[in-house]
Design a protein around this ligand. Sequence first.
Ligand code: SER
Length: 616
Amino acid sequence: MTAEELRKCYVGFFTERGHKEIASASLLPENDPTVLFTTAGMHPLVPYLLGEKHPLGRRLTDVQKCVRTCDIEEVGDDSHLTFFEMLGNWSLGDYFKEESISMSFDFLTKVLKVPVERLAVTAFEGDERVGKDIETAEIWKRKGLMDDQIFFYGAEENWWGPVGQTGPCGPDTEIFYDFGQDKCSDSCGPACHCGKYVEIWNNVFMEYKKEADKSLTELSQKNVDTGMGFERMLTICQGKTNVYDTELFTPVMERLQEILTEEHTEMSMHDKRVLCEHSRAMCFILGDDRHLVPSNTEQGYILRRLIRRMIRVLKKAGLDNDVLNVLADIIIEQYKDVYTELGRNGAFILEQLKKECDLFSKTLDGGLKKAESYLMELTTQMKRTVETKEKVEQSDDRQVSEEQTKIKMLSGSLAFKLYDTYGFPIEFTCELAKEKGCTVDLEGFETCFLEHQEKSRQGSEGKFKGGLADHSTQTARLHTATHLLHAALRQVLGEQVQQRGSNITAERLRFDFSYPVKVTKEELTRVEDIVNTAIAEKCDVIMTEMSVEEAKRKGAIGLFANKYGEQVKVYEIPGFSMEICGGPHAKNTGDLICFRILKEEASSAGVRRIKAVLEE
Ligand code: SER
């Protein structure tokens, strides 16, 4: 079975069972500050899982492109990826456990012909909030799974969501493929990492909402959210043991091997995998229509990290950065029919990649100078101390040599400074130190690194507070203000203004749009005035469902990546704005009270950013 066949037969199976196919959403979530990237198929569907009506009904299916950065360190093993495709099907208050498990079972055993004995499943063991999910286990047994194929785990393994601090969540049943080798120990099971089991599908029974005070409330409807790891499933369908041996990676792996042979150099399998995996993730992130570029914050920083990691791998093998272009070309070519944005944005991907490579070379030069000066100081100090010691005391040799070892060591905090401030990789610092006869305090470096990680973790948790995912009135009002702002910018600056990103917290909105130069004070005042006029007119915000074609005809703005014939929601503020959008919104513009722009600044080349608030 080819990759495209697997995508088609999954979506076909569910459309035959009453599901409507929806298009993959952008990798960069709109209006949602709870995550950096779209991490699962359910993510763009949060409003509907919380009870809003979806224009296509209660059964949906899709193939969603996802990025998960939590697995970045695992990349290089057989199955973990930063970018992957997720096959998903949803019941929005329609079917529940029985039908969901039945469909998954049939798809796996009848369509993909996975033998029943190769399946293992897990269910929620229960905790103080929600009881043990016996029902799920019983359904699996009725399907023919034996007791030793069914495992119960706690919330750590079998509770999914919410993505941020609040939102839809619930117990799940995870489906694993058992490669068939002996258990590594008595306690070996699907949660074990020995390689016997690989997770392929997750069916989440989303019947709860986690509130800000951490309590669980029941949702107005019982949903099912499932997600299947496309690359992993394909690996199994093609009888392989790792994702890199599937057709998704073989073209790029083979090209890399050719380059290595031509250049008479070698690279570990781990590094080859990292290069190919990160190249693909990079192409999809840069290839997204939202035109994200590498930077030092948020998504841009992840992108930067991926690229810099690849450059390091190349450097280790003595290869030039141009290799990245060669690999990117292959990936764009391979995916551009299925993900047309990669074709559309191909030149942009290569151009940004080159820019980032050039910038990193400069950074490395700067870091190199700094590192050399630190080491120079260290060696001078070292010589001085030893000379003094030799003169002053007739100390024993051992003491001198201990002293020498200590002072020959570059401190962890300086190594971390090189890494953090100058972007100078720790491996480079170690190599350089070795050349100068010094060492690096790696333990100290690690301590600084972990401290820094903890700080940024706390920082990013802080940003999970609020957000559109909680659907507060405040975020709905800011969302409506964003539509008005978008329309007003187009009125004042022209139709070249296009949305490049939007992020809403409970306190403010942030809107990125394409525009080549700084917006003048006077233009900003005009924009503010237009929005405030719409507020003063107290217009009703009207939602209508229509086909994408009709929305286009009516002049609605928004992303038109949707599939032909698909029904969408269009939010209209008569006389001011009409946009394709999932909502939710304020009922009347009068609810917005007063709009004020706080700041206008550059976001990246050709993209401006506005931060604005609603005042009482
Ligand atoms: N949201 C669930 C997951 O990501 C199922 O799609 O695993």
